[in-house]
Write a protein that binds this ligand. Structure first.
Ligand SMILES: [Zn+2]
Ligand SMILES: [Zn+2]
Length: 414
């Protein structure tokens, strides 16, 4: 009997864990600079939180959620995304009062029952930020800049930013009507489109099967109310003011229902296809919708797996090795205690000023040759040998495992 990780999941270990940690470290640095605070929410929530906020007629709710009942018959779901969970926490803890700045971020696992493919897993990692309580276009622009800066911090600077406005509760119904009329005039739409025409006509813009038939799609820009027009215009002028290039893509929609006004996606052709690696937008009604106060919000999320593929393809990790590995060997068993004390000391304080090290040894092995073999196997860059003759002179032997040279240094120097 042998076991494998469930389909669509994977174990992350070795260098891949270091890469993911580096991405998360960079994210935390960027978020800190913009005053965003971390929130950790549970991995599962009441299932209805997601059906209500993401929307009944979305792919996520229709077919991708992991829903289960607990022993008391409560219907729970593994979180498919972070925005709804964070909004729930925001409302539950009245963070609008305790944290008037309203800037939060999250890093963690999400779950969607999708067909596994390159860079897409059923358990995957997202990094996202949410900005509550600010309806100004500066918040939209800052979220876009934040997403862009985060990608740049991991080497992904050749990107394109696409933006669109989905309108507000006043003007969107009008656009929906115009859209429905247009789509009804087309024939032989796929089954998904026919169904969505009734539940969520905006999603038809996203259809990969029928997109070639959509030649004269009504423009949402011509249906926006004045306030939405002004708002979208301001977002664009703010982006221009900081030199952030963007394209207005009137066909851009998001797979979640809660978005209003500005939405955006950031694409990179370093993932294989020219696909979005980060996306987000404004969702002014979500907090109210799930029982909270009437507080606007805007946010974004990125998928760590796909971002790491892009970073890898760009060569960001070419010289990435992780900490320097140092092995402590003993040529004389009687020096075991000294070697052990030395290993613990450099683990705490670093080796010759370098604190980015991993220390291994000493091991219980009388044979120095086999200790050195082990040091090679674990890819130590240096082996520090405790030998009687040198030790009596207050010295240690440092073997460079790469070029096979060695030097003597005074114990007091390291
Ligand atoms: Zn509007
Ligand atoms: Zn279709």
């Amino acid at each position: 009997m042998s076991y494998k990780a469930p389909r669509g999941t994977r174990d992350i270990f070795g260098i891949n864990v270091l890469k993911m940690n580096l991405l998360e470290l960079k994210a935390r640095e960027v978020f800190k600079k913009h005053g965003f605070e971390e929130v950790k929410t549970p991995i599962f929530e009441e299932a209805s939180l997601f059906t209500r906020s993401i929307g009944q007629a979305t792919d996520i709710v229709e077919k991708e959620m992991y829903i289960f009942e607990d022993k008391k018959g409560r219907k729970l779901a593994l979180r498919p995304e972070g925005t709804a969970s964070l909004a729930r926490a925001f409302v539950e803890h009245r963070m609008d009062i305790s944290n008037p700045v309203g800037r939060f971020f999250y890093i963690g696992e999400m779950f969607r029952y999708e067909r596994p493919q390159a860079g897409r897993y059923r358990q995957f990692h997202q990094i996202g930020a949410e900005f509550y309580g600010n309806s100004s276009p500066t918040a939209d622009a800052e979220i876009i800049v934040l997403a862009k800066d985060l990608l740049a911090a991991i080497g992904i600077d050749k990107i394109s930013v696409n933006i669109n406005s989905l309108g507000c509760e006043k003007c969107r119904p009008f656009f929906k009507e115009v859209l429905v009329k247009y789509f009804e005039s087309l024939h032989n739409l796929c089954q998904d489109c026919q169904r969505r025409l009734k539940t969520n006509p905006l999603r038809l813009l996203d259809c990969k099967i029928d997109s070639y038939k959509f030649t004269e799609i009504p423009k949402i820009s011509s249906c926006l109310c004045n306030s939405c027009k002004d708002d979208f215009h301001s977002v664009q002028s703010l982006l221009k003011s900081i030199g952030c290039a963007y394209t207005v893509d009137e066909k851009l929609v998001r797979g979640l229902d809660y978005y209003t006004r500005t939405i955006f996606e950031i694409c990179s052709d370093m993932v294989g296809s020219h696909d979005a690696i980060a996306a987000g937008g404004r969702y002014d009604n979500l907090v109210k919708e799930i029982g909270g106060p009437n507080i606007p919000a805007v946010g974004f999320a990125l998928g760590s797996e796909r971002v790491l593929i892009a970073a890898q393809n760009i060569g960001f990790f070419n010289n990435f090795k992780g900490p320097e590995k140092i092995f402590i060997a003993i040529a004389d068993q009687e020096l075991l205690n000294n070697a052990f004390a030395f290993a613990m000391k450099i683990a705490r304080y670093g080796f010759k000023g370098n604190k980015d090290i991993s220390v291994f040894g000493p091991v219980n092995d009388k044979n120095l040759t086999s200790q050195l073999k082990f040091a090679d196997k674990m890819q130590a860059s240096k082996t520090i040998v405790f030998a009687r003759e040198e030790f009596n002179k207050g010295k240690l032997l440092i073997k460079n495992m790469k070029n096979r040279t060695q030097e003597e240094v005074s114990i007091s120097d390291v």
